[in-house]
Design a protein around this ligand. Structure first.
Ligand SMILES: [Zn+2]
Length: 275
């Protein structure tokens, strides 16, 4: 499913196509994509000019005048395309622009949403810090984790603690930092949090450089695939040898999410939290 690197890759691809253009039409083939506000709410965006294309966590934001915005959330299988897909299409919405560009929201599992916000502030403030921003530091992460006794894997997926990290990149970062996914978040001391902070920024930066991971339905808006998954050490690799020590990688459920790790390189700390 699309996480920060995938959404950022999409943002970079569509930004030059639609910034400065007016939204000329919003066509919903599946009205449920508009969320609880209903399809009428999206018509308020028609006629507005796209001032910028932003990403916040896993949200893609078309910023309009007056701090309004159209927010696309891809969830499990959502994809943004700049042209009709060749195969496996499940187009749920089409945004048309005054310069002739179109954004198609394709979604096999119909979990993604497009919503219009009169004011973007509440959504932006509700999310935790951006892991690649300068003010996200090892100290600020430690401060935040110290308030949570949940497993560190679950803490990394909590969008209030850090925005944009999902299952794949959390597993990859914990592997690099040699931390067992069930370790209680608040038990990690500063050196271990610093390792994790560094690992998080590394896996996310590398994945953006590889244009995201096409492990499931994710593709770029032009249909190309990302290659970040070719660099994965543990994610989706149960039973394969650990690239560091050769031990078979394992999968454990942490709060209903399958988590991949090396039992040797990421030993339990003796104080593992309940799943
Ligand atoms: Zn290992």
């Amino acid at each position: 499913m699309p996480e920060l690197p995938e959404v950022e890759t999409i943002r970079r691809a569509i930004e030059p196509c639609i910034v400065g253009a007016r939204i000329s039409d919003v066509s919903l083939l599946d009205p449920s994509i508009a969320g609880p506000e209903g399809p009428e709410s999206l018509q308020a965006a028609v006629g507005a000019t796209v001032r910028a294309v932003l990403r916040r966590g896993k949200h893609l934001i078309l910023l309009l005048n007056g701090n309004r915005g159209v927010v696309l959330h891809l969830r499990m299988t959502g994809a943004i395309l700049l042209q009709e897909p060749a195969t496996k299409a499940r187009v749920r919405a089409v945004l048309s622009f005054s310069n002739g560009e179109k954004l198609l929201f394709n979604d096999m599992r119909r979990l993604g949403t497009i919503r219009h916000y009169q004011d973007m502030k509440p959504l932006l403030q509700r999310l935790g810090p951006e892991p690649l921003d300068e003010d996200f530091t090892a100290d600020s992460l430690k401060e935040s984790l110290s308030r949570h006794r949940i497993p560190i894997k679950a803490a990394l997926l909590d969008q209030h603690i850090v925005a944009g990290v999902g299952n794949m990149y959390a597993d990859e970062a914990l592997f690099l930092a040699r931390i067992h996914p069930m370790t209680p978040a608040r038990n990690l001391d500063i050196p271990r949090v610093a390792s994790l902070w560094k690992a998080l920024r590394q896996v996310l930066t590398d994945a953006i450089g590889s244009k995201g991971a096409s492990v499931s339905t994710y593709a770029l808006p032009n249909g190309e695939h990302g290659t970040a998954h070719f660099g994965f050490n543990v994610a989706h690799k149960k039973g394969e040898p650990c690239p560091r020590c050769g031990m078979a990688l394992q999968r454990v459920m942490v709060r209903k999410r399958g988590s991949y790790y090396c039992p040797t390189c990421q030993p339990p700390s003796g104080d593992t939290a309940g799943g």
